[in-house]
Design a binder for this molecule. Structure first.
Ligand code: C5P
Length: 232
């Protein structure tokens, strides 16, 4: 599996995302479409971006009963996305059902990645709101292991956790890591960040990069810099 840079297209409308993607006349980035754009524009936005030659990570973080997730995953699979995700908190049976739904009649399917604990959930909230009393690192690794047991391809995690996830779940288990910043760039609201080069060294398989590219004066140059630091 080749390493790649996934650009988080956190835009609110079709116009904004196409204004942005129009700048990429050479290499077509792997694009992450999240809930905001998907709910604003519907499934057609996925087909339209795909038709322009981009690979797509559809970041909708499904979490429901296994039967509902299975049927919904079948719909997403028909959109011909390359990667999608769900919450590992939905249990191993939900993840297994998701994989079943995602698998096309010809046996192919998009990559399926699990979210373990959201980075917005800290130890205190996990204990008080969710009544999970174990240390958060242990919970994250346990959920990653559950994802591997269910047959998923990997997890979304901090680049700081990528090495440990590979240790526990195997080298082939994918780590998709946001929280990436250039050494000379703004950190913004991300707390624990790494440069693309550091993420590469620690073993991330895919980095998800939003504002360092989307808000750059020259987004194409920022993207190419990520590729050079992370992939080459
Ligand atoms: O702009 P920035 O590079 O911070 O964007 C990171 C992207 O990764 C956003 O789409 C954000 O929602 C997503 N993400 C994250 N941290 C997580 C999971 C997803 O930043 N733990």
């Amino acid at each position: 599996m080749g390493k790649d840079v996934i650009v988080a297209c956190d835009f609110a409308s079709r116009e904004q995302v196409f204004d942005f993607l129009d700048k990429f006349t050479g290499r077509k980035p792997f694009v992450k479409i999240g809930m905001e754009l998907f709910y604003a524009e519907g499934p057609q936005i996925v087909k339209d971006i795909k038709a322009r030659g981009h690979k797509i990570f559809l970041d909708l973080k499904l979490h429901d009963i296994p039967n509902t997730v299975k049927k919904s995953m079948a719909v997403l699979s028909r959109l011909d996305v390359d990667m999608t995700n769900l919450h590992a908190a939905g249990t191993i049976s939900m993840m297994e059902a998701a994989l079943e739904g995602l698998t096309r009649p010809d046996g192919t399917r998009p990559l399926l990645i699990a979210v373990t604990q959201l980075t917005s959930t800290d130890q205190e909230r996990m204990e008080n709101d969710l009544l999970i009393k174990e240390p958060i690192d242990k919970v994250v690794m346990h959920y990653a292991k559950n994802a591997a047991v269910a047959g998923l391809d990997g997890v979304v995690c901090s680049p700081l956790e990528a090495g440990k996830v590979h240790e526990i779940c195997g080298e082939k288990f994918l780590t998709v890591t946001p929280g990436v910043r250039f050494a000379d760039g703004d950190v913004g609201d991300q707390k624990r960040v790494m440069t693309p080069e550091q993420a590469k060294r620690i073993g991330s398989d895919y980095i998800v990069v939003g504002r360092p590219i989307t808000a750059a004066d020259d987004p194409v140059a920022a993207y190419e810099r990520c590729i050079a630091e992370f992939c080459d």
